[in-house]
Design a binder for this molecule. Sequence first.
Ligand SMILES: [Zn+2]
Length: 223
Amino acid sequence: MFAGHIGVALALGRVERGVNVGALVAGALWLDAVLWAFILLGWESVNIPADFGATHQAEFVFPYSHGLAAAVGWTALAAALALSGHARLAQVRWRAASLFAAAVFSHWLLDVLVHRPEMPLLGSGSATVGLGLWDRMVIALVVEAALVVFGLLLFLPGSGLSRGKSIALAGLSLALLAFTAVGMTIAPAPPSASAMAASSLLTLAVVCALFGWLGTAARARQA
Ligand SMILES: [Zn+2]
């Protein structure tokens, strides 16, 4: 899941306008950023199976990014960072910490929905969970699209963004939904695990930067 995580971040952005939605998008995608970085470091792994062209599902060993225990740890770290930093947000830091925690942990919950039972509860070799909705790809993509539309409908009204930025943010979200759908249906298998990891990491960085820029309202800069 990719665009669906962004939909959740947009919905959370409605709760506290003082938090840049790009930071919430980064929170919602954080476990994947850790995953791709750890794959490049050789600490986690992804296998591209022979039937990838039919299923579009890679096989992951990812206890430190996508294990339940690890996800709880990353969630606590995100909340702690939000509490300690952001002096500018002192009045709302508890709310900001809750939002970052929700963004990071929502990733694990949504991934459990779509992944096959490959998400460990503890470390490597522990019991794994996963409801496998990606085996019913059309339904999975409908859920993902609903999350994006729901997020946009919640976030945009009252965001204070200019009309141009609102349109660009909606366009970017829908383009990433299309990108996700193509990636899960007709895209060819990636040439290698490290190429998949490097291109995914780059994509995440660009996406977070774009949402950070588009999510900055003019009035926030003047304040
Ligand atoms: Zn993930």
